[in-house]
Design a binder for this molecule. Structure first.
Ligand SMILES: [Zn+2]
Length: 308
């Protein structure tokens, strides 16, 4: 064990993941439990306090010194309030980190889950040592963050919602209420729509199975990952022109498809972004998998405690 421990918690729509984490980013005592976010606020709060208490007890004589909470949704980090959480409506408007701090007696800090995934990858994953990178995570929704000159970019009320950058003036309706957003194309429902329309023979198959089929040379499956990679590449070209990063980290289940996804993404990027910005640019799959958000949250808690 390396230095003081902090607790990282990733509050998702289906699972709550949490762990004790030491100063080197090593995970200990991982918990992965069904999420109570379908219930009312007290149920959610009770579950998260319980998870933190359990980890504190397990830490024995090296008690954790703080808690980081990653929550899917729009978070007002300044006032530490959940603005809206699409999968956890009972959290809307709530000062979740403050209430958890009160319930556990530990300082707590909260941010968007994709921001913490990006910080986790920067701390001890694929973006280790990088000060200029973009992290994007492709799952049911599409999230991400831009780290520029070592700082996570945010604005007055949040920001960093890469999945909700429009890439088409018309485009399909998005879960956020707008249309033509990146997520409307390569979020889970956008991909389902593509499969139904262009490869109905594969309608019943999951993405994991389709990536195996693509690796074995199935033309339709290859085309699907080409569609996803190209679409993400369009947005990334814009972000590369805006921020000139040295690295793009791709996370989420779909990223496990590897080159059949990253190849078309890179090709599209090369077609669209400034040539001058391309030579230092690397594209890498995320390294910390499902636990990046937990590690990032615990790291944020460590930074908060050290700054106090
Ligand atoms: Zn949207």
């Amino acid at each position: 064990m390396n230095g003081e421990l902090t607790i990282g918690i990733d509050v998702g729509g289906t699972r709550v993941k949490a762990a004790l984490i030491d100063a080197s980013g090593a995970l200990m005592n991982q918990l992965n439990v069904p999420s109570a976010v379908g219930g009312d606020y007290q149920a959610v709060l009770g579950q998260l306090i319980d998870v933190a208490d359990r980890l504190s007890r397990e830490a024995e004589d090296n008690k954790p010194v703080g808690i980081g909470l990653g929550v899917a949704g729009l978070i007002d980090t300044e006032r530490q309030r959940v603005l809206t959480s699409p999968n956890c409506a009972s959290l809307n408007g709530r000062p979740l980190s403050g209430d958890i701090s009160q319930g556990t007696g530990l300082p707590a800090v909260m941010d968007n889950d994709a921001n913490y995934m990006a910080l986790g990858e920067g701390f001890c994953g694929a973006a280790r040592g990088s000060r200029h990178y973009i992290a994007i995570t492709l799952g049911t929704g599409v999230g991400g963050a831009v780290i520029s000159n070592g700082v996570l970019i945010r604005g007055v009320n949040g920001g960093g919602e890469l999945g909700h950058i429009p890439i088409d003036r018309m485009g399909p309706r998005c879960s956020c209420g707008s249309h033509g957003c990146l997520e409307a194309y390569v979020g889970r429902s956008g991909i389902q729509r593509y499969i139904s329309r262009h490869m109905p023979q594969h309608k019943e198959r999951g993405l994991k199975e389709l990536s195996k089929l693509a690796a074995r040379g199935d033309g339709a499956a290859i085309q699907l990952f080409g569609y996803i990679g190209t679409t993400v590449g369009i947005l990334m070209a814009g972000l590369v022109n805006l921020f000139s990063p040295e690295l793009i980290v791709i996370g989420g289940g779909i990223a496990e498809a590897g080159d059949i996804l990253l190849g078309p993404l890179e090709a599209e990027l090369r077609r669209r972004a400034f040539d001058e910005y391309l030579p230092p640019l690397q594209i890498k799959p995320a390294e910390l998998g499902n636990w990046a958000g937990v590690i990032g949250a615990a790291t944020a808690a460590r930074i908060m405690v050290n700054e106090q």
